[in-house]
Write a protein that binds this ligand. Structure first.
Ligand code: MG
Length: 392
């Protein structure tokens, strides 16, 4: 498989920092950094970013020191995304900014936390809870770092990439606040930039690979079980043929198989995307936005990646041990929510004051949801013990 690795200049279909659609609050440009580099730096310095280290990806943070957390996951997404972006002539800086920010809105305890919070926000007019929308809310509203505005005041292109999914109801609401803004494409079925599309796929590549690693490390899935996954097993067999001594080093064999699988997926995305770009020939980012989705796996890799996802869903995410700890996590969120709603003074001062100042159930519930969503796993666990006296 041959792949060009020389592209350094941005392609015409890439997002150029000088052609950015700008920030919500106009600011002078920085003397030494492009706008997307500046966004990346703002994200790295944010409070929400530092919290990612104590937030669950699949395994609860306290279950082991070597499992992925949201932070290491985000770094891996950035690494994969940048490798691909470089070859396709896309903006590496923008890809890095989106990748590092893509999970900022995640609740503690991974998807279990989000599901529980969505249940709490689900009834009456509370508007639900969705982590992509929350990631945007973090960078637009919740970070308090600048004197003149809330949020990080990121570029349109970074915010567009962060809002990866959005329901029609939420998009309508967002678009009313920001006409023609980042939510518009969910109403018109448009696409985001190629950098945003790429982060989406890099996210999938990253978690499929690291969940195999973490799954085997935890003992919840085995190398023998993984022989049923063609995408993985092909590279395991290949590595073993080349290095027979790996038969007695299962961990090195696992790493080598994952490394080969990652490379194959990266090359596949590059090739399939180059073909799609050549076919559509977009000459600007707006042409990309009006076109079909262009960053993709080839058909075979898409099928194999889906089979791997299916395997992980049934054997890891639905493993009784994972389900058990997720049930506890859901209980923590489900218990905390009504406690804060009825006694806002139990929250930290800024949130307590905001909740006290709001009159309607839905606005107060949103303050509580923001507070809980921002928690790390261990802070939520400690708060649960403090407020309920229950030991989980
Ligand atoms: Mg992710």
């Amino acid at each position: 498989m041959t792949v060009a690795i020389h592209a350094t200049a941005l392609a015409p279909y890439a997002c150029h920092p000088v052609a950015s659609r700008g920030r919500r609050y106009t600011e002078p440009s920085a003397p030494t950094r492009t706008e997307f580099q500046r966004d990346r730096d703002r994200i790295v310095h944010s409070t929400a970013f530092r919290r990612l280290v104590y937030k669950t990806q699949v395994f609860l943070n306290h279950e082991g020191d070597l499992f992925r957390t949201r932070l290491t996951h985000s770094l891996e997404v950035a690494q994969l995304g940048r490798s691909i972006a470089r070859t396709l002539g896309l903006s590496e800086d923008l890809v890095e900014a989106i990748a590092l920010a893509h999970d900022l809105g995640h609740t503690p305890f991974g998807h279990a936390g989000q599901d529980a919070l969505n249940d709490c926000m689900g009834h009456s007019d509370r508007g639900g809870f969705e982590h992509n929308l929350q990631s945007l809310r973090v960078v637009d509203e919740l970070e308090e770092r600048y004197p003149a505005y809330n949020g990080l005041n990121l570029c349109f292109e970074t915010r567009e990439g962060i809002l990866k999914h959005c329901s029609r109801t939420n998009a309508t609401q967002l678009n009313a606040q920001e006409p023609g803004g980042v939510a518009q494409r969910f109403l018109t079925s448009g696409q985001p930039s190629l950098e945003a599309q790429l982060c989406n796929l890099a996210d999938e590549i990253a978690y499929n690979a690291h969940d195999i690693d973490d799954g085997v490390r935890s003992g919840l899935i085995t190398l023998t079980q993984l022989q049923d996954v063609p995408l993985f097993d092909r590279f395991r067999a290949e590595a073993l043929r080349e290095y027979p001594h790996l038969a007695t080093s299962p961990r090195r064999l696992l790493y080598e198989a994952i490394r080969r699988m990652l490379s194959a997926q990266v090359y596949d995305v590059i090739n399939a995307t180059q073909v799609a770009i050549e076919a559509v020939n977009p000459t600007s980012v707006d042409a990309v936005r009006a076109s079909r989705s262009l960053v993709m796996f080839g058909d075979d890799m898409r099928r194999e990646s889906n089979a791997l996802k299916h395997f992980l869903f049934h054997n890891l995410y639905r493993h009784p041990q994972v389900v058990r700890s997720m049930a506890q996590a859901k209980r923590i969120v489900a218990d905390l929510f009504p406690l804060y709603l009825t006694t806002p003074s139990e929250m930290q001062s800024g949130f307590a004051a905001q909740a006290a100042a709001t009159l309607t159930d839905s606005t107060r519930a949103r303050v509580v949801a923001d507070y809980i969503a921002g928690m790390t796993d261990r802070f939520a666990t400690r708060e649960h013990a403090r407020l309920t006296g229950a030991a989980l």
